[in-house]
Design a protein around this ligand. Structure first.
Ligand SMILES: Cc1ncc(COP(=O)(O)O)c(C=O)c1O
Length: 359
């Protein structure tokens, strides 16, 4: 056997592999997974039926153009087909957006901490990550981000609400920021948690993209629509960007099962958004309870809460796990806790209360 191994791109050195949220332990008395911002509800019966029926033809490749889903999305959002592109989850579309815009010598900017895939997909492209710290209030510092733009900047992510803090960027500040970004820099409004927003000052990215050719919006079926396991997300962007997304797509990336389930989910929107309403009520209860226990919790408009615990992060996560809920620790920084079933949220709150008293 040869001693040499295939030469891999140096850009991959040191890339942290994406860490999925830890699964709930099996075998214990209760185990709830609050580590991946998933929807805790099982698939709706109608959606399940469509997925099962599509499974009957999985010997065939899916419709590569996602025609049915594109028609549904075009109607639902009032955008032309040419402005839509689907992908394997919105993280897949995010990676395609970087592939389409940035490479070695270029810069991709985003707030930090934000969605943990951004540094990974940026580094894979060979571009440099420019991470602009969140403010003390855990919010995007859009002025600092605008100041950090250089002639090498190609793409800027604005995660709204931000993962993992849940904080939002409001209309006036976002418009001011967009006005400062040069027209040849793509701004990606990552709205994975859009449906959980109740603050009317938060703009809908799809309104903002319409007269701004350098703005793209990312949405997903993984969160509010409950299809995380099927991997389907999409972008709304002007034609040159959407066309570039079709070029960078993995052929047949979105399965027919995912396409049919996404269509059925859009048609079952009332029921699904009713569930989202319940989660929002729970989110607000969880945050109020934490504040009542003495925690500082940034206002969240997503389906999770963020506790900045610093050095106590891993101890806190271990205490949660011992009590039957798995949360998402970011060592040395804090934990992100998805709002789940009421019983799961209650267990988390009990641990948080006890931890607070010990501290
Ligand atoms: C901000 C943000 N964007 C995108 C995604 C990716 O979601 P998906 O690839 O399942 O659409 C996530 C998932 O956690 C997220 O938090």
């Amino acid at each position: 056997m040869s001693e040499t191994s295939p030469r891999l791109r140096g850009a991959l050195d040191g890339i942290p592999t994406y860490k999925p949220g830890k699964p709930a332990a099996s075998g214990g008395p209760v185990a709830y997974k609050l580590s991946s911002n998933e929807n805790p509800y099982p698939p709706l019966p109608g959606v399940m039926e469509q997925a099962v029926s599509a499974a009957g033809v999985f010997n065939r490749y899916p419709d590569m153009a996602c025609t049915g889903l594109m028609n549904e999305l075009a109607d639902r959002f009032g955008v032309p087909h040419a402005h839509l592109a689907t992908g394997t989850g919105s993280v897949g579309v995010a990676q395609q957006l970087i592939q389409a815009t940035a490479g070695p010598g270029d810069e991709v900017m985003y707030a930090w901490r934000s969605f943990e895939a951004y540094p990974i997909i940026t580094q894979i492209s060979g571009a440099a990550s420019i991470q602009v710290p969140l403010t003390a209030g855990e919010e995007h510092d859009l002025d600092a981000m605008a100041d950090a733009i250089t002639e090498r900047t190609r793409l800027i992510f604005v995660c709204n609400p931000n993962n993992p803090t849940g904080t939002v960027v409001r209309r006036a500040e976002l418009e001011r920021f967009l006005d400062r970004v040069p027209g040849d820099v793509l701004v990606v409004l990552d709205e994975a948690y859009r449906e959980f927003i109740r603050d009317s000052e938060v703009p809908d990215g799809i309104d903002l993209y319409r007269d701004r050719p350098n703005v793209a919006v990312l949405r997903t079926f993984s969160k509010a629509y409950g299809l995380a396991g099927l991997r389907v997300g999409f972008a709304v962007a002007h034609e040159p960007v959407a066309t570039a997304l079709r070029k960078t797509a993995v052929p047949f990336g979105v399965s027919q099962i995912a396409q049919e389930a996404a269509i059925a989910s859009l048609r079952a929107e009332d029921e699904l958004l009713g569930r989202v309403g319940t989660l929002v009520t729970e989110r607000d209860r969880v945050r109020r309870s934490l504040i009542g226990q003495g925690w500082t919790v940034a206002e969240t408009q997503a389906n999770f809460v963020w506790l900045r615990l610093g050095e106590r992060t891993l101890d806190f996560a271990a205490a949660c796990e011992a009590a039957g809920v798995v949360v998402r620790p970011f060592a040395g920084e804090g934990v992100r806790v998805t709002v789940g079933e009421m019983e799961a949220n209650d267990i988390f709150l009990q641990v948080a209360g006890a931890f607070r008293k010990e501290a």
